[in-house]
Ligand binder design. Structure first.
Ligand code: NAD
Length: 254
């Protein structure tokens, strides 16, 4: 299929776990806003290629790379691997995240806790550090958006308190790093989504969880991934030029 001609991109946005869900919705919004998009995915090659085609259909460049964000060497490989010819890297979305199986804390294994912390916390920190070092070396501005969860403030009792704790760490990291680099023109924010309609719930062992918890959401419904992505795209953009160190709840009133 013939691709439309590539226009000059504004900049490149790097998204972890971009192959599906909130990450894929964010990738499409970034491409529609004129950015090239680089994204990591963990296993679903076909979904990643579908997203590449969608971004290219919008006239932007797309690069998909398989990478485990919990692997400390992966972050540098991903940042260094963004193809020549892409717009300058101006944004990072630390979106990759896992919950582990739903259940009580008493039944949660140490292996699950360690894996969730490795992916959600260390993955976010390692990727942020690689991108930050590049921006500091180049003296360029940039915007990092970390994807937290409303669980960070609600605690997710009986479901996954280790996951809630990992997201609380992401929020603390967001505030501290934002203050550390604000004077360099680098903004760091987080979006804290409520329950959204993605495959993360099936991965946790309950595909119907969004429908089950809808009654306790003030808006009485889960979010579409696109509704979370809109907030991420705004924080990435210059329209949020005076916003840093903020955790933006996108949670239907929770
Ligand atoms: P999802 O499971 O559809 O997407 C998560 C993505 O992360 C997938 O593409 C997956 O392949 C990727 N990923 C997982 N582990 C990875 C690893 N080790 N290395 C690289 N990539 C990895 O779920 P989603 O709902 O789109 O989740 C996106 C973010 O939103 C996550 O950080 C999640 O914690 C957060 N969040 C989701 C909800 C919700 O209800 N969907 C609510 C609050 C927060």
């Amino acid at each position: 299929m013939a691709q439309p001609p590539q226009r000059q991109a504004l900049t490149t946005i790097l998204i972890t776990g971009g192959g599906r869900g909130i990450g894929a919705a964010t990738a499409r919004l970034c491409a529609a806003a004129g950015h090239d998009v680089a994204f990591t995915y963990s296993a679903q090659h076909d979904a990643a290629q579908t997203l590449v085609a969608q971004i290219e259909a919008l006239g932007r460049r797309a690069w998909a790379v398989q990478a485990d964000v919990a692997d400390p060497e992966a972050a540098q490989r991903v940042v260094d691997g963004i193809p020549a010819g892409f717009g300058p890297l101006a944004g990072l979305v630390n979106n990759a995240g896992i919950t582990g199986p739903l259940g009580s804390f008493a039944d949660t294994t140490i292996d699950t806790m360690r894996r969730v912390l490795d992916v959600n916390v260390l993955g976010t920190m390692a990727m942020s550090q690689c991108v930050l070092r590049r921006w500091l070396a180049e003296g360029t501005a940039g915007s990092i958006v970390n994807v937290s969860s409303i669980a960070a403030t609600l605690g997710a009792a009986g479901e996954y308190v280790h996951y809630a704790a990992s997201k609380a760490a992401v929020e603390g990291f967001t505030i501290g790093l934002a203050r550390e680099v604000a004077a360099k023109g680098i903004r760091v924010n987080a979006v804290s989504p409520g329950t959204a309609l993605t495959d993360i719930h099936a991965a946790a062992g309950e595909p119907g969880r969004p429908q089950r918890v809808a009654a306790r959401i003030p808006m009485q419904r889960p979010a579409e991934a696109q509704e979370i992505a809109e907030a991420i795209a705004w924080l990435l953009s210059e329209r949020a030029s005076y916003v840093t160190g903020t955790v933006l709840k996108v949670a239907g009133g929770l």
